[in-house]
Design a protein around this ligand. Structure first.
Ligand code: PNS
Length: 160
């Protein structure tokens, strides 16, 4: 059984995340999409809400399941028999930090990290920019799965 994890904050999940999930699901027997809990980052959505959204957006992928974790990603991988971490790379600016984490994780437990280039149309897309644009009334409907967009509009108190 080849098992991968796609870790992230997913606050909220975007079309970019879904693209990476779909492509990872085609390469591995099982993919876990895991919400990593960062106590120092105050999210717009609770971990439970993020997991619900991830359930919604991955419902069409039979070999994807949703989970959450508080702690080191490498320990999650050890405890869940995960052989690979899959990360989407948007641009060279992502690479520095991602490479550092990949090498640290490899050094800690030997777990591999695979980088997947995002589709060019998603290369500017991030959860934080989407939240900022939406907060000030910008249209982000085309950047998010419909169910996520609905929740975001509701959370920000904007008319749908
Ligand atoms: O969506 P994000 O915020 O870019 O995801 C980053 C995340 C959560 C995947 C990364 O910060 C992470 O792996 N956190 C778990 C804690 C950990 O293992 N830290 C050491 C990394 S070398």
């Amino acid at each position: 059984m080849r098992r991968a994890v796609c870790p992230g904050s997913y606050d909220p999940p975007t079309n970019g995340h879904v693209d990476i999930l779909e492509r990872a699901a085609g390469l591995f027997d099982e993919v876990i999409v895991a919400v990593l809990i960062n106590k120092s980052k105050q999210g717009l959505f609770s971990v439970e809400e993020r997991m619900e959204m991830l359930h919604d957006v991955s419902a069409h992928l039979a070999n994807v399941r949703v989970d959450s974790w508080h702690g080191l990603l490498v320990h999650y991988c050890q405890q869940n028999d995960v052989q690979a971490i899959v990360k989407g790379l948007r641009a060279i600016s992502d690479f520095d930090y991602e490479l550092q984490m990949a090498q640290m994780n490899k050094q800690l437990t030997g777990v591999e990290t695979l980088f997947m280039p995002t589709k060019p149309e998603n290369s500017f897309l991030s959860s934080s920019l989407v939240k900022e644009v939406a907060t000030y009334g910008g249209d982000v409907a085309h950047l998010l799965p419909e169910a996520v967009h609905k929740r975001l509009v509701r959370r920000l108190g904007h008319a749908d």
